[in-house]
Design a binder for this molecule. Sequence first.
Ligand code: PLP
Length: 400
Amino acid sequence: MGMLAARMSCVRPSQTKAMTLRAAHLRAEGQSVITLSQGEPDFDTPSKICEAGIKAITDGHTRYTPVAGTQALRDAIVKKFKRDNNLTYERDQVTVGCGAKQVLFNALLATLDAGDEVVFPIPCWVSYPDMVQLAGGVPVPVVCGRESGFKLSASALEAALTPNTKWLMLNSPSNPTGAVYTRKELEDLAGVLRRYSRVMVLSDDIYEKLVYGDAKFATMAEVSPDLKDRILTVNGVSKTYAMTGWRVGYGAGSSELIKAMNTVQGQTTSHTSSISQYAAIIAIEGDQSYLSDFVTTFEERRRLVVDMLNTAPGLSCDVPDGAFYVFPSCAGVIGRKTPAGEVIKTDMDFALFLLEEFGVAVVPGSGFLASPFIRISYATSTEQLKTACNNIVLACKSLQ
Ligand code: PLP
């Protein structure tokens, strides 16, 4: 009998983290590496938010809080949902966890029985399939190709639903593709869901504020209020306010579901840091003006990256509407030879070639269950992005 539980056989370490680690390793050996594999803004947390954290310490807010989060933070979140999404929740319909990640996991653990299916479009965030499996469920990935803008259509959803479907997980703007669902697209999906009353919807809105050009953010609970009781809307401060390390995410849904999620959390982490919770109140309720600076900067970088990558032979990149990722196809480099004579067979081979020979860390599409693609995060300085994209172009030109 082995040391590890059987459930560990279906969990992979995150490929995003693996690439970032490999890059750090090469850097430690003295190689210069630009990391475009990270899923976090390169900005510092705005100083007013940091000051609120420091004040929480000096004011002595350093003890346990309620499992669901402090009342003040949950009230701030209730107001946020009203202000930004026209959604009305009571305080006990809101829970706060150690990042959106824990909120998602709590929801799955609280609801999935063996054999319950969770449908999600792929490409998807690396953690969805693994989280579902850890919680004992069955992931049901639905391939959503580039031609459909990497988005799930009503007919594809309907074809994936079975009597065992428990959840549909949606993520808009999407990691890794940057795809943003329109109101109409969500309405179409809701039209199907109305006929399947057992299916719940997990709406992962973590990139809500990072939407560009004419694209508009919409969320399922707002678009289809009649389904609100079976929708869990998840969001957090990590990406919006450059607070990834503070570990604050939240969810809002039916009181029954939230209560069960709190029971799970109460027996695992209890709650996220009291200090982070105080800082998050200021992030959510305070001055929001720096958001437009973040968005403007990201939007400029998005253009730059797409334009440069489309000059690379073998790559082809659409302009995504949101988040801070581009997801170019690398179909055109598959089968080609590196100067050392190695054939690039997969997007993983291509990502390793970019890293080892040209000092650029990206994540292969296989990590998001979609190949052959690479994910490039433009949450890094414009100067570094220029150098990195230039290196990617040179890398593609060096292939035969
Ligand atoms: N959901 C998606 C789609 C993400 O990309 C991430 C982070 O990368 C998260 C959720 C989790 O964010 P956090 O746990 O930092 O709130």
